[in-house]
Design a protein around this ligand. Structure first.
Ligand SMILES: [Zn+2]
Length: 203
């Protein structure tokens, strides 16, 4: 959601290397949405109005961006042929390489403009500076590494939200309050890139 990909993904298209990434991105949104049963909406800290339990945009887009990159590499590693895979036109490479690009190109240059942020403040209104897509992807990577389970969002967090609420399910999945994570993540962003990349799976 929130993408305007009005170009072709055909094999002769300049955008062909985005085909798999867009599919796995939107697929991730569908899995999150399918795990949320309520139709009731709420006003949120980011000023948006959405279904109760959808959670911060930083995590909905962060999971979509992270899993979009993770899934296609995992499939290839498992021997599943992936058309327009991350290595097409040398646009992707390893997951670590991709996450390094996000950090060095899309996060670090803008960090001064979003100091000490609360995750709720990183949303669609800040997409040109403090990107919920890129910061979110790294926040997701941080949490998945913390529990040593790359599937924790879709296997643990999302299925628990209906019963436990977003905050409760977050604590259950990652063993940390949302506020504590926010603080830890800000500290993580201060680390050297090589140290940050250690948490990224070698795929
Ligand atoms: Zn999205």
């Amino acid at each position: 959601m929130h993408h305007r990909n009005d170009f072709s993904f055909a094999n002769n298209s300049d955008y062909r290397h985005y085909a798999m990434t867009t599919m796995t991105h939107e697929y991730t949104h569908i899995v999150q949405a399918a795990n949320l049963f309520t139709k009731n909406e709420e006003d949120r800290p980011d000023g948006d109005r959405r279904r109760i339990g959808w959670g911060p945009i930083c995590f909905s887009e962060g999971t979509a961006v992270y899993y979009a990159e993770f899934i296609q590499r995992k499939l290839r590693q498992n021997g599943t042929p992936v058309e327009n895979a991350p290595n097409v036109d040398s646009k992707g490479g390893s997951l670590r390489n991709k996450m390094r690009e996000f950090m060095e190109w899309d996060i670090v240059p803008y960090l001064d403009s979003c100091p000490n942020f609360n995750i709720w403040d990183v949303n669609y209104s800040t997409r040109e500076t403090c990107s919920p897509y890129r910061l979110g992807a790294w926040g997701v990577a941080y949490l998945l590494d913390k529990v040593n389970d790359q599937d924790a969002f879709w296997k643990t967090l999302w299925p628990n939200i209906d019963e436990m609420g977003w905050d409760g399910a977050f604590e259950e999945a990652f063993g940390i309050t949302f506020e504590a994570f926010n603080q830890e993540f800000l500290e993580f962003l201060e680390l050297p890139i090589e140290e940050q990349l250690e948490i990224i799976p070698d795929i």
